[in-house]
Design a protein around this ligand. Structure first.
Ligand SMILES: [Zn+2]
Length: 60
């Protein structure tokens, strides 16, 4: 999976609209905006469908 455009994995906004934070997961790069970092931390199962394997991730 190769994303040429950097967009938030959750809301799909790009870096012209929001600051994006780089993630790496399973040797793949992803980007997430600050608004959705709490989702990744506290409720990563909501990323199911956006981030492969997210449904098995445990909340921090
Ligand atoms: Zn977002």
């Amino acid at each position: 999976m190769e994303n040429s455009e950097k967009v938030c994995i959750f809301c799909k906004r790009n870096q012209d609209e929001v600051p994006l934070v780089h993630l790496e997961f399973k040797n793949t790069s992803y980007w997430i905006c600050p608004q959705h970092i709490p989702v990744l931390i506290h409720d990563p199962s909501k990323l199911s469908g956006h981030l492969p394997g997210a449904e098995t991730m445990q909340a921090g």
